[in-house]
Design a binder for this molecule. Structure first.
Ligand code: SAM
Length: 271
């Protein structure tokens, strides 16, 4: 059984709780939506799902229904007791912690896992980047985020949404927007639209082999620091005209037009 709107309202009312804006609390009150997310995660018995921000357990219940083991990391101490009550007798367990600092190695105990979450809007990008950079045991992510953020995560070079984060995500994973979620399914109803994004981890592309990732990411960040300016100007001091020529990249181009492979060619010229 997943939560309907009256259940969410009752759980909040019984505990005298009101959703915290600061913690991005918009609870899903629609069984179809959470079941769809669980289906997209392609998990079942024997799998481990990590959920960030279970809230009152809407998605957690749907994940547990698949038969997978679920570990749900929730920062808000006021939600821990109602959550444990809701999840009693299921395969889900709750960890009270902050997704930005919690020890995932300890939580995973050497197992591979899928991350499935309706992410709090204020930390969605840092959480995704932390998982991609620091938790290789998590091999896929199905996340619900603000539409603008979701489009940015999976954007291709030369598109309007493309930015430093898109290029970094492309280093770790391939991804796509796999669904839209109307604001009407949430309590309270957010002002922005949400999308579902699926990311599947891959090895760094051949163009990045042997390249120091910190160096590459530093260059990407610097390149996008003034996205409308020519790269030969934003990267002045780091790369010369000869370096651009050696990488076969025209220094008059802007960061927003460079693919990850092209950033990698430039990063190889860094001393
Ligand atoms: N999963 C629930 C649902 O779909 O109904 C709730 C989603 S709500 C958008 C985000 C949840 O993330 C809230 O429960 C909030 O307290 C929690 N949260 C916010 N920041 C967090 C953090 N840094 N680490 C873990 N949980 C966090």
């Amino acid at each position: 059984m997943t939560h309907s709107r009256p259940t969410i309202l009752r759980l909040l009312d019984e505990r005298g709780l009101s959703p915290s804006r600061a913690l991005g609390q918009n609870f899903v009150a629609d069984p179809n939506t959470v079941r769809k997310i669980a289906r997209l995660a392609e998990i079942g018995p024997g799998d481990l799902a990590i959920e960030i921000g279970p809230g009152l357990g809407s998605l957690t219940l749907a994940l547990a229904e698949t038969g997978a083991d679920v570990v749900a990391v929730e920062i808000d101490r006021h939600l821990i007791a109602p959550l444990e009550e809701v999840l009693e007798g299921t395969s889900a367990r709750v960890v009270h912690g902050d997704a930005l600092t919690v020890n995932f190695t300890e939580i995973l105990g050497g197992r591979q896992a899928a991350l499935v979450a309706n992410l709090p809007y204020n930390v969605s990008v840092p959480v995704v980047m932390r998982i991609l950079e620091e938790v290789p045991e998590i091999s896929s992510l199905v996340i619900m985020v603000q539409r603008e953020v979701g489009e940015r995560l999976v954007a291709k070079a030369s598109s309007e949404a493309y930015g430093a984060v898109s290029a970094k995500v492309a280093y770790f994973a391939h991804g796509a927007v796999v669904g839209r979620v109307p604001a009407a399914v949430f309590v309270p109803k957010p002002k922005v639209e949400s999308v579902l994004v699926r990311l599947v981890r891959h090895d760094p592309p051949p163009s990045c082999e042997g390249l120091n990732s910190a160096k590459l990411f530093g260059l990407i960040k610097q390149g996008f620091s003034q996205r409308r300016k020519m790269l030969r100007s934003t990267l002045r001091g780091q790369l010369s005209e000869q370096d651009f020529a050696a990488a076969s990249i025209d220094g008059q181009r802007r960061a927003e037009s460079l693919t990850l492979d092209e950033f990698a060619s430039l990063a190889r010229q860094l001393r």
